[in-house]
Design a protein around this ligand. Structure first.
Ligand SMILES: Cc1ncc(COP(=O)(O)O)c(C=O)c1O
Length: 389
């Protein structure tokens, strides 16, 4: 990996340490070029006309994701963000009173609130599987909770609030054994971990563009396995997701685009396709290795600082590193770092009711690295942090 070249294509790297890649990563120049090019075309010739002139680039979006996830382009839909994609899929399931959805302790706040909403409106039951001592979903508890009412396993692959990587493929095996649908939230894993939907064994997968994929904000996607598509009834239709075939009839599209809207962020979709190609050209296995190495180094150096408590242990962790600093409020520390041109984020207890209550955590700090970060940046980060502690 030519880090110098990658950083040259990421202009903000020159005077910014960006450790907020799990929030929104910095986009590389080719992605920004694609975005701006389309916006300028819209400005010059008109939005509809620009749309018609760039059909091939728009179509590339589906091929790029097919390449990334090892699936067919017809199994991909463009959705404006991961939460919307995830919610649409849940609402599309024919769930009835008494049906059960199994999820995990580290579920993302919006996902879990969608489940609570479904429990309220459709009277489904939610079962939360605890994590084991390593912080991963406990597979034994998962097996024990499966009964004839379970319709779906909905799991977050890499949580927003921890460096843990849940064993997605092992969960997929269990789901297949019991013929239960499996939805994976890959929002934090896509772009940093090599994903293959067949190997994972998921029926549906969702993610956003702005995080480890380095795409623009306001973009996302879903994967829906071909054989699962007809089982799902999109909660709404429009003239793109369906065809009006007669005065009283319509037919829904026969691919994953049945979940799309006609009107959408065309520039963002094109640019996200470019971002996915950029990642695939670098190689997801190479990216994964580099991110793991940098995050491991960061954890090791943070552990050497006396006042810092790192919250994740063990092997096979992701690029997300979480910690607290004794005697320092997480938000104040984030602001201090920002004053030194270091971007990090704060994970709040309030949006992690299940996980943080279980782990007894207050608000915590999060530094998330990507492959374009450097060992030198990690040293600088630790020096600036230790000057404060
Ligand atoms: C694990 C996880 N799932 C879902 C989301 C929601 O993504 P979006 O903001 O694109 O809806 C996030 C965002 O941080 C996340 O971390």
């Amino acid at each position: 990996m030519d880090t110098d070249l990658l950083r040259a294509q990421t202009p903000a790297c020159h005077d910014l340490i960006h450790f907020n890649n799990a929030g929104a990563a910095l986009s590389p120049q080719p992605v920004n070029d694609a975005l701006f090019k389309h916006l300028l075309l819209e400005q010059r010739i008109g939005g509809y006309e620009a749309g018609e002139a760039t059909l091939t680039a728009q179509e590339n979006f589906y091929h790029a994701f097919g390449r990334l996830l090892h699936c067919s382009p017809s199994e991909i839909a463009y959705i404006e963000n991961a939460t919307r994609a995830w919610t649409l899929l849940l609402q599309a399931m024919p769930l009835a009173k008494g049906d059960c959805i199994i999820t995990g302790q580290s579920e993302y706040a919006s996902n879990y609130m969608t489940l609570l909403h479904l429990a309220k409106t459709r009277h489904v039951r939610i079962e939360v599987i605890p994590n084991d001592n390593s912080g991963q979903i406990c597979l034994q508890s998962l097996r024990q909770k499966i009964d004839e009412d379970v319709r779906l396993i909905a799991l977050t692959h890499v949580p927003s609030q921890s460096g843990v990587v849940h064993p997605a493929a092992e969960v997929g095996k269990i789901a297949r054994e019991h013929r239960i649908l499996y939805l994976l939230d890959a929002c934090q894993s896509v772009g940093q971990i090599d994903l293959n939907v067949d190997e994972i064994g998921c029926d549906m997968l969702t993610g956003s563009g702005r995080k480890y994929l380095r795409g623009p904000r306001g973009t996302g996607f879903m994967y829906v396995k071909q054989s699962t598509q007809d089982y799902l009834e999109p909660p709404s239709v429009d003239l793109h997701s369906a065809s009006w075939t007669g005065k009283d009839t319509f037919t829904i599209r026969d691919d994953a685009r049945r979940f799309e809207n006609w009107e959408h962020y065309v520039a963002g979709k094109i640019a996200l396709g470019v971002a996915v190609d950029y990642a695939c050209d670098l190689g997801l296995n190479v990216i994964e290795e580099r991110v793991r190495t940098l995050a491991g180094l960061l954890r090791e150096k943070l552990r050497q600082l006396p006042a810092i408590n790192v919250h994740e242990n063990g092997e096979g962790l992701s690029g997300i590193v979480t910690f607290n600093c004794d005697g320092h409020d997480a938000s104040a520390l984030q602001q201090y770092l920002r004053g030194h041109r270091i971007n990090t984020s704060v994970v709040r207890h309030q949006i992690n009711q299940l996980d943080f209550s279980q782990r007894g955590l207050p608000d915590i700090n999060r530094a998330s690295v990507h492959y374009y970060n450097t060992e030198q940046e990690i040293d600088t980060f630790c020096q600036i942090l230790s000057a404060r502690t």
